[in-house]
Design a protein around this ligand. Sequence first.
Ligand SMILES: [Fe+2]
Length: 219
Amino acid sequence: MHAANSNSSKPQPLNSWQRIGLFGGVYSNYLALEALLDDAKRRGVQSLYCLGDLGAFGPFPNRVCQILRETRIPIVQGNYDNSIGNGLADCQCGYTDARDNYFAKLSYDYTFRHTSSDNKAWLQKLSPAIRIEIGRYRILLCHGSPRKMSEFLWETTTSDAFLNWLFQKYDADIIVGTHTGLHWHREIAPGKHFINCGAIGRPPNDGQTTVVYRHRAGT
Ligand SMILES: [Fe+2]
């Protein structure tokens, strides 16, 4: 279990008129990452944040590391990054099905073998959480949940009471994660939002082969 150690990082205040972009679950899909970066530029996004899980599934894990290292986008460490960076035996993905674990292990071993030592050292040092402030909003960026890097927060099984507990315990108005790879958003009270920003590197388990991300106009 990896706590997001959210109280140790100083929030980064942003201008309230900034347009920000949040993404995670790159999964070695450097083509999707390049497309997202181009689109963010076109839309005038001033600050981008990556919520982790850079490797897995795709064939060229170093390419995603290289792009993100060059862009210097702040990155939250995902379970995959933590495992690869620390040389662990598996991805800590949290699957419970034997078949899922079988394929996850194949993918993990491949990714581990094809990630350079330099990129492993870089992944190992990524932060488990990032705090930013926009206007009056205290925003906590994590991977699974603020309390556990590999926690699955599904839309259908996450209660308002639990989210409220997270907002209070971690001093946040908005919490953003990725890990499950499925986008969802809930405002449990005025100004209190939980957002899963989805994953850009894999389809959202919808039977399609295309990856997606969403954008919305701010207020
Ligand atoms: Fe993850």
